[in-house]
Ligand binder design. Structure first.
Ligand SMILES: NC(=O)c1ccc[n+]([C@@H]2O[C@H](COP(=O)([O-])OP(=O)(O)OC[C@H]3O[C@@H](n4cnc5c(N)ncnc54)[C@H](OP(=O)(O)O)[C@@H]3O)[C@@H](O)[C@H]2O)c1
Ligand SMILES: *[C@@H]1O[C@H](CO)[C@@H](O)[C@H](O)[C@H]1NC(C)=O
Length: 394
């Protein structure tokens, strides 16, 4: 028999794209596991870019059948309002949806508590998240953007560090943030973090070693679902820079995006202001082949390979291409294609943390660092990790 429920965690989910839908499916499929641990997750609301679906007041949240249908509906491109006919829920369209999220945070913050989960990919949620923090709610993020706005916003969001989790913002499911936090709280000063933190760029760089053309590799990465719809979002290095900024701020650096040195893999002339995604894919990308091939060759002559690396030190942050010995740990880092031949190559991330205790032998965290499934699993672990704050006091 399952033990009594000790912690009920009400959740409002912002964003039900690739990651958000996987999260909902994980929540449903993990019900028996969580029940065994005395934990129950109640999804009281789910929002996308245009609306918010909320469970009826005093219900136990949206039921599992509805959550499953919600995932199917969103996958098929239907709006959240298509689920209204199921009963037990209400819909609010923007801008009322926003107000409703904040109202819910304010009411539940005072009573049962609430976990506001951000699996969107926008800056727009930062206001709601800050309001939720003010109401005493917990926050879980897969979305990096709220933590990479102004330093004041970052400070506000992490002001109660026990109520926020953002493990999946860096290295998807890999426990990078948790490791950094543990080292810091033990009083061991971190001097340096070095890593390969882009699933997309990791894949692209390792494919180039086999002599493949840059343009072909980027297109392949796109068709495997590894890149953003516009691959320039990855090739600009901005996604890696956001991860680097989150880590740097964790280390106490009061810096912003402008302070990070970011190397873009395409020039301004091929940027989003100058040409459409379609034109970039059809004619822009090939213009980059020659120069990248030359860099790969030049590195190879010296026994080196190119890796897109982020480096965080006392002096600041750098994000860009680096030549590394072929047999160094980062140089050997490849997609898992050479491990399991039958499987799709996945992208592998690696982070090395140097501190007083980990100086000659850094703490290394390595593994699959991207993907909807892994990222959603990281988000779920973050939610469950908050259970002690939701203990029933009866
Ligand atoms: N996939 C990965 O490997 C990975 C790894 C680590 C971190 N992440 C992060 O996880 C987040 C989600 O990624 P994804 O691949 O799931 O993105 P996605 O498929 O583009 O989904 C984004 C979702 O956010 C919704 N949304 C947009 N604006 C919103 C708003 N103002 N309020 C509420 N929802 C809003 C979108 O609504 P519509 O459905 O209406 O468009 C969509 O449902 C991103 O921040 C990403 O960087 C992803
Ligand atoms: C993640 O989910 C999105 C939306 O369903 C999909 O387009 C993308 O290909 C998925 N990514 C991977 C790596 O499977």
């Amino acid at each position: 028999m399952a033990p009594p429920v000790r912690s009920v965690l009400p959740v409002v989910l912002l964003g039900c794209g690739g990651v958000g839908r996987h999260l909902l499916r994980h929540i449903v499929s993990c019900r028996p596991l969580h029940a065994n641990q005395g934990v129950a997750i109640r999804v009281v609301g789910v929002a996308d870019s245009s609306s918010l679906l909320v469970a009826d007041l005093h219900s136990n949240g949206l039921d599992d059948a509805l959550l499953t249908d919600l995932c199917a509906a969103k996958s098929a491109g239907s709006p959240l309002s298509s689920l209204l006919s199921r009963g037990q829920c209400q819909i609010f369209n923007n801008p009322e949806a926003r107000t409703k999220v904040i109202d819910t945070a304010s009411v539940l913050g005072k009573t049962t508590g609430l976990v506001l989960v951000d699996c969107s990919a926008t800056y727009d949620t930062v206001g709601m998240l800050k309001d939720a923090v003010d109401c005493g709610c917990c926050v879980v993020l897969a979305n990096k953007k709220p933590l990479t706005c102004t330093y004041e916003d970052f400070e506000k969001l992490v002001s109660n560090f026990r109520r926020i989790r953002f493990e999946s913002t860096v290295g998807a499911g890999l426990p990078v943030i948790a490791s950094v936090s543990r080292i810091l709280s033990s009083g061991d000063p971190i001097s340096r973090i070095v890593g390969s933190l882009s699933g997309t760029l990791g894949y692209v760089m390792s494919e180039l070693e086999d002599g493949k053309r840059f343009s072909e590799v980027v297109k392949a990465a796109k068709s495997l679902g590894y890149t953003e719809p516009d691959p320039r979002d990855d090739l600009s290095g901005m996604d890696v820079a956001r991860k680097a900024l989150i880590l740097a701020r964790l280390l106490g650096q009061q810096i912003s995006m402008e302070d990070i040195n970011v190397e873009s893999l395409y020039p301004r002339e091929l940027g989003p202001d100058a040409m459409s995604t379609k034109d970039f894919l059809e004619s822009g990308l090939v213009q980059l082949d020659k120069s990248i091939e030359e860099r790969v060759k030049a590195a190879s002559l010296k026994g080196n390979v190119l890796r897109y690396v982020c480096k965080i030190e006392g002096k600041g942050c750098q994000v860009g291409l680096q030549e590394l010995p072929k047999n160094s740990a980062l140089g050997r880092l490849r997609g898992s294609d050479n491990v399991v031949k039958t499987k799709q190559p996945t992208s592998v991330s690696r982070v090395e943390i140097y501190s007083r205790c980990y100086e000659s032998a850094p703490l290394v965290i390595q593994g699959a660092g991207a993907g909807n499934d892994t990222t959603a699993a990281g988000v779920l672990a973050d939610i469950v990790d908050l259970q002690d704050l939701f203990h029933k006091t009866d």
